[in-house]
Design a protein around this ligand. Structure first.
Ligand code: COD
Length: 300
């Protein structure tokens, strides 16, 4: 199935039970607005944890309706995060979402060995973009969690995203492993990793997807550019997933798409005990709402 708009994810919610989402440090306008709207749209059932007075203040200021919404009071940011993570660990909630708390604090608690959300898998971040100039949704990984993934990490990152795309009905995603050039250059580690990933895919060591790389960004998203350079590739111009060489490249691409191309985005952390909605502070309320939708649509 080809997904063209983030809105299309709503179709996947049919027949799925409504998940309980816990928002850690809920006293944040955009996160609170997104969660309440997703609750009203029956995408999730919200639970708020945080400074109750502040939550009520934010809700009052922006006319949000808290009627019937469960709020757990905790003023301290770290304790709030710990409580939220523990709720998911114990199965009292199905989805974790970051509110007004730093990404690294949240991830530190998620990675707690005793009561975090580890599964033995590498956790990774995926962002799903709706860009007007591309013919379908395109996923980008990893732009927010793994800083400088090695080959083994990249295999896990691809597997996590492929599983997520499979859940969204994209059964054989086309994966472009990005480099600055499309030829293998032994001085550029990204191109070496890309060539290895492609061969491992050909030999079925990485399954359920079609991997090609190294591809430069233009060849990955434009068949015309690939043809112009004489590149014959099943992936070129029809990529479902872009694998980034590292967090810097990924993060700059993410922000360029949002700020320059006005792309819509949904994002989450994969590979944990539960889906984790982790958006950046500068993301809009719409991006947070779409991320909740992605988390709900990509889980069982
Ligand atoms: N998946 C599973 N386990 C992991 C992962 C992962 N991706 N990363 C670390 N671990 C485990 C390690 O195996 C180890 O047992 C423990 O967690 C601690 O590992 P460290 O010391 O390498 O990890 P930390 O705590 O120093 O850092 C982990 C972070 C995820 C916090 C770190 O990688 C980080 O800061 N990433 C970038 C987050 C960020 O700033 N994003 C903002 C962009 S918007």
């Amino acid at each position: 199935m080809e997904l063209k708009k983030l809105e299309d994810l709503k179709r996947l919610l049919k027949d799925k039970p409504v998940k309980k989402l816990v928002l850690a440090a809920a006293q944040d306008k955009q996160s609170l607005g997104a969660v309440l709207k997703a609750g009203a749209d029956n995408i999730i059932e919200p639970v708020l944890i945080g400074d109750k007075e502040e939550i009520i203040k934010v809700a009052g200021k922006f006319d949000y309706d808290l009627t019937g919404i469960s709020i757990i009071h905790e003023k301290d940011l770290e304790k709030t995060t710990e409580l939220a993570v523990k709720m998911v660990n114990k199965g009292e909630a199905d989805v974790l979402m970051k509110g007004k708390v730093g990404t690294s604090i949240l991830l530190k608690y998620v990675l707690n060995k005793e009561w975090g959300l580890r599964t033995g898998n590498l956790l990774s971040h995926v962002a799903l973009f709706e860009v007007n100039t591309y013919h379908k949704l395109i996923a980008v990984t990893d732009v927010a969690m793994n800083i400088a993934p090695n080959l083994q990490d990249k295999i896990s990152i691809v597997n996590n995203s492929v599983q997520c795309l499979n859940m969204l009905g994209v059964m054989m995603p086309k994966v472009a492993v990005l480099g600055a050039v499309e030829m293998v250059n032994e001085s550029m580690q990204a191109t070496l990793d890309a060539a290895l990933l492609s061969k491992m895919n050909q030999r079925k060591q990485i399954k359920n997807c079609i991997i090609d790389g190294p591809l430069a960004f233009d060849n990955a998203v434009s068949l015309q550019s690939a043809k112009h350079k004489g590149i014959i590739s099943e992936v070129a111009g029809d990529t479902d997933l872009l694998l980034m060489p590292d967090i810097e490249v990924g993060n700059v691409l993410y922000k360029s798409l949002v700020f320059f191309a006005r792309a819509k985005v949904a994002s989450m952390i994969l590979g944990a005990l539960s889906p984790i909605v982790l958006t950046s502070r500068s993301d809009s309320e719409q991006a947070k709402y779409d991320s909740i939708l992605l988390a709900a649509a990509s889980s069982k």
